[in-house]
Write a protein that binds this ligand. Structure first.
Ligand SMILES: *Cc1c(COP(=O)(O)O)cnc(C)c1O
Length: 460
């Protein structure tokens, strides 16, 4: 677009391409998407970090199983005018005016969530996964109540009552575990015995680090026996539940299901609570005004779009490929002598016992893989004898790589890269060769919403 000379008093004259400034603050630019130019003029440090992060995401394989690349449309909505709006309350009953469009997006997001997950009620306002779970505990239980949840080293999440979390102090969390004798699966006989003894008010399942699907009917029957509520936190694999490639706890009659919107669902960062009608009022009041103030309506708009996409056949294809890729990656690693917790995976993730496989703790393994442009995270294994910052393993997952279009051939190569790097014994020549092969492979798989911008910036 032709640049125009701004004559209003107080504006500096500028040459073509330069943004319009009032003193030092940018008001508007005639040529979008020149926000990049404005940013690079006004805040070079942040502009450089943004370009650096885009290159990092483009050039490396992202195997952290909780991460993903969101849709370009969602990136657009996150940076839209919906971020300007305060919408405390719920559609049709807000505390501020001007809600005709925000009501519409939140109504659509809730309807889409209910239809996708076969739920009676949905709340899409939690600012992320942690406040989402807090809102459920605080809304349905009383402080001091007992919650039976999965042991953290066996795969449970921090918000499932880790001693360092506030919820861990507020509620009485007790633990069930997986059993090595049972192939690493949950031991329901033990779980039933603990539940009979402790009489919990809630039985909680779901995990951040466990490579198998769950038998929700078994949890439900134990909870019914002791009169406990049932809650499943499918934060990690909500997208796989949406696509019906993993079981849906609501089908087994669970009272509450929570999921983040940004992991396998591929949406913006947020949380979704799904529950029965009878608990809808308590859940909604617990999110707002119980725990939060104004919802982030730019995120709610992104969640609505994400949920529409998650109902398509394209998303089913994606979800199936996530699982196939995980099986192929797990197989490639095991063929090369890597020991996996439960010896494989049925979902999108796997935990490699690097200490047992190659004598490296998880932190050292994470560093070696970082050096070849593969991002993973250190991970405790069940009853890990090592400390959390130097645990026995690493956790890998396929949702992000699959979003980029990587398939089974790439998974086999990534398995080779990982095994070779972990077995390289710090040999710099091997590490450098693996890195360049890995980066070259990545360049053939653009990161959605990032590639073009990184390129256009690179050209200027
Ligand atoms: C990621 C996760 C959460 C928390 O999500 P944040 O958005 O990081 O707060 C909660 N529960 C489980 C099981 C998770 O995996």
């Amino acid at each position: 677009m032709e640049s125009t000379t701004v004559k209003r008093e107080g504006f500096r004259r500028r040459s073509p391409g330069q943004p319009i400034c009032w003193k030092n603050s940018v008001l508007r630019s005639p040529s979008m998407p020149s926000f990049r130019n404005e940013l690079s003029i006004n805040d070079q440090e942040i502009a450089a970090a943004l370009v650096g992060e885009e290159r990092r995401q483009q050039d490396g394989v992202e195997l952290i199983p909780s991460e993903n690349y969101t849709y370009p449309e969602v990136l657009e909505l996150l940076g839209s005018v919906f971020t300007n709006k305060y919408s405390e309350g719920y559609p049709g009953r807000r505390y501020y005016g001007g809600q005709q469009y925000t009501d519409e997006i939140e109504r659509l997001a809730r309807e889409r969530a209910c239809s996708l997950f076969r739920a009676e009620h949905a709340n899409v306002q939690p600012l992320s996964g942690s406040p989402m779970n807090q809102a459920v505990y605080l809304g349905l239980l009383e402080p001091g109540d007992t919650i039976l949840a999965m042991d953290l080293s066996h795969g449970g999440h921090l918000t499932h009552g880790a001693p360092v979390s506030h919820m861990g102090r507020l509620f009485n969390f007790i633990r069930y575990k997986t059993a090595p004798s049972n192939g690493g699966a949950i031991d329901f006989d033990e779980l039933r015995a603990i539940a009979r003894e402790a009489r919990p008010k809630m039985v909680l399942c779901g995990y951040s680090s466990y490579p198998r699907d769950l038998d929700y009917a078994a949890f439900k029957s134990i909870a019914d026996e002791v009169g406990a509520l049932t809650m499943a936190d499918v934060s990690h694999y909500g997208g796989l539940v949406a696509a019906n490639v993993m079981r849906n706890p609501l089908d087994a009659g669970f009272d509450v299901m929570t999921t983040t919107s940004h992991k396998t669902l591929r949406g913006p960062r947020g949380g979704i609570i799904l529950c029965r009608k009878e608990n809808a009022g308590r859940i909604d009041a617990s999110v707002f005004p119980g725990l939060q103030g104004g919802p982030h309506m730019n995120v709610v708009a992104g969640i609505a779009v994400t949920l529409k996409k998650a109902a398509t056949s394209d998303f089913q294809v994606y979800a199936r490929q996530v699982l196939r890729n995980a099986k192929v990656l797990a197989g490639a690693l095991m063929e090369r002598g890597m020991k996996l917790v439960t010896d494989g995976t049925d979902n999108h993730m796997m935990v490699v016992d690097t200490a047992a496989s190659v004598g490296l703790d998880g932190r050292a393994a994470e560093d070696v893989l970082d050096a070849i442009a593969i991002t993973t995270n250190k991970q405790v294994i069940p009853d890990d004898p090592r400390p959390p910052l130097r645990p026995s393993g690493i956790r890998l997952g396929t949702p992000a790589a699959t979003t980029r279009g990587m398939g089974e051939p790439e998974m086999r190569r990534i398995g080779e890269f990982i095994a070779a790097a972990l077995q390289a014994n710090g040999n710099d020549v091997v590490v450098a060769r693996l890195r360049s092969e890995c980066v070259e492979m990545c360049r053939a798989f653009p990161v959605p919403g990032v590639m073009s911008r990184a390129n256009s910036v690179a050209k200027t």
